[in-house]
Design a protein around this ligand. Structure first.
Ligand code: FBP
Length: 551
């Protein structure tokens, strides 16, 4: 197979591990802290996780360890959306296993969690691994969004794991997949099986984080890729001086990606969904922000600009949120019946019986294309698929109407030509930045250490990430500690709490201090492409979000 020069050079890159993990395995000891409580709903969670609630935080330190030489069989799953660095998590896990015992085996379940349920796997060899080191994508074993949730799926997972003689399963995924990991761990213990389950924090969205999980992997590379593209568009906008670019950015409900890209590129406007929700801003108020900047810039002769829109924005505008929640609940209960209805009009008629009058009116009056997108299938976790809703087009169309009115009133005299963009898939499989390559390899290696230590229901954790890699802290966080109870498919379930943008956090405050200036004055910043080879200040910098949150 032909490969690019960069890919060849990246195969040879040696990811940096925390100093403690560079020791001989016999010299890496496990230290357990106090037993940890969940962030909320402790009583309910204790009932759900009878066997796995209340475990202590784990940290690896220099010291004696006699557990690391055992022959182990481990299964690994890539779950959910692609995120740069997944291959390196597997590489770190593989190298750890083989370092512990050359006869240990790594089973890669194919196509996500369904590979475990259906017993579809490939045994990963050194040869295979060497073709994927430091590369983007999840194509080594593929990924999927199947959720292990029915009694049959749990039983089938245990059956596969027993048949293959597995000691442990590692699930590399986001908040929902790690919720699954924790339920699976509990199921295994409840059914008398010693098979361990370890999670790894993946998602470009950056919403799987807390005190011990400083960031999810993939965020770093994805935001740097989008920021490069946004910077290029800004330069084009400032050169041609004739278009307003509306750029929707992936990130699901959370606006971490949009916020980080704003800090890296200084657009004219960036919406933060969490702020829109807190201030209960209506769609009309959102449009006011856009038209205000468009009019002011037109008055100074600047009929161009760049606007960043988090893909979840639509869910945070109160009237839209209410509509989406009612749709989610209705489809959670009547999903099968609903799926049988083909025509849009008949779907509306069906919904009229189950959603409130206000939501029904709103749905009816949206541009048909957007309304249809809101009725598409939910993801396996019952959420609306925000990446499939053209929010940028919705905003462009309403802004055009508002500007036409302002023109008639003589308030606006400019020209408004637009382009809509959606950046998401462009960044999810980019070659991991040095940060993600190092972080992911460390997470995988740490997952091996947690397995060797006999732990279950933990997520691999590597901390102190703004320091050089040798100072990173490796360990594990009990999954049940990251849970709370939330409404899913119409019923309360334990799930890992999503970390949304905090309005009193340093990244948002830094943005707020600058945004009024950026709205009117062209202040674009051009970060350029990710650099893999060169000085550390160019190649190894973490995101601004991480730096601002941690210093
Ligand atoms: P994960 O949460 O599974 O990591 O996925 C992230 C994401 O890229 C979101 O930003 C986006 O909304 C979604 O996946 C798109 O899903 P799909 O890959 O199914 O199109």
């Amino acid at each position: 197979m032909e490969i690019s020069h960069l890919q060849r050079a990246r195969y040879a890159y040696k990811p940096k591990l925390p100093a403690v993990l560079r020791e001989e395995l016999e010299n890496i000891a496990l230290k357990l802290g106090e037993s940890a409580e969940a962030v909320s709903d402790q009583g309910n969670l204790k009932l759900f996780f009878r066997n796995t609630y209340g475990k202590p935080i784990a940290v690896f330190e220099k010291g004696k360890n006699s557990d690391v030489g055992k022959k182990l069989n481990v299964g690994v799953i890539l779950s959910g959306g692609q995120a740069p660095g997944g291959h390196n998590v597997i590489a770190g896990l593989f190298d750890g296993l083989k370092k512990g015992n050359a006869e240990s085996r790594l089973f890669g379940f194919l196509g996500g969690p369904s590979g475990l349920i259906e017993n579809k796997y490939a045994i990963l060899t050194a040869e295979t691994m060497d073709q994927y080191r430091n590369t983007g994508g999840f194509d080594i074993i593929g990924s999927g969004r199947t959720k292990i949730e029915t009694p049959d799926q749990f039983a089938a997972s245990l059956k596969t794991a027993k048949e293959l003689g597995l000691n442990a399963v590692v699930i590399i995924g986001g908040d929902d997949s790690n919720t699954n990991a924790s339920l699976l761990a509990e199921y295994f213990v409840e059914n008398g099986s010693p098979i361990q389950v370890i999670g790894c924090p993946k998602t470009i969205d950056g919403d799987l984080k807390n005190e011990y999980i400083e960031t999810s992997f993939g965020f770093d590379t994805a935001v740097k890729t989008y920021s490069e593209l946004i910077g290029n568009i800004e330069r084009d906008a400032n050169s041609a001086k004739k278009y307003w670019h509306f750029i929707k950015l992936m990130g699901r409900s959370a606006s971490h990606i949009a916020l980080e890209c704003a800090l890296q590129t200084h657009p004219n406007i960036c919406f933060i969904s969490e702020e829109v929700q807190t201030k209960q801003m209506s769609l009309s108020q959102v449009i006011d922000i856009i038209t205000d900047a468009v009019v002011k810039r037109a008055n100074q002769g600047d009929n161009f600009g760049v606007i960043l829109i988090p893909e979840g924005l639509i869910e945070f505008i109160p009237e839209m949120r209410k509509l989406i929640e009612e749709l989610n609940d209705t489809m959670g209960v009547y999903g099968r019946e609903f799926a049988k209805i083909d025509s849009f009009i008949e779907r509306l008629y069906f919904l009229d019986r189950y959603i409130s009058e206000a939501s029904y009116d709103l749905l009816k009056n949206l541009p048909t294309q957007i309304a249809e997108q809101l009725l598409l299938d939910r993801d396996p976790h019952g959420n609306v698929q925000v990446s499939r809703i053209d929010t940028e087009k919705l905003l462009i169309s309403i802004t055009e109407k508002r500007l036409a009115e302002l023109k008639e009133q003589g308030v606006y005299k400019g020209k408004f030509s637009t382009y809509g963009h959606f950046f998401g898939y462009e960044g999810r499989c980019a070659a991991p930045s040095n940060f993600d390559a190092d972080y992911c390899y460390s997470l995988g290696f740490t997952a091996f250490m947690l397995i060797a230590a006999g732990l279950t229901s933990y997520i691999s954790s590597v901390r102190n990430l703004t320091a050089p890699a040798e100072q990173w802290i490796a360990g594990g966080v009990p999954l049940a500690m990251m849970m709370n109870m939330e409404q899913r498919h119409g019923i309360k379930k334990p799930v890992i709490k999503k970390a949304l943008v905090e309005l009193d956090g340093a990244p948002f405050k830094t943005f707020v201090a600058k945004r009024e200036h950026w709205a009117v004055n062209t202040s674009y910043l051009f970060p350029g492409a990710i650099q893999y080879f060169g000085p550390p200040e160019v190649c190894d910098q973490p995101t601004k979000t991480l730096i601002l949150e941690r210093t």
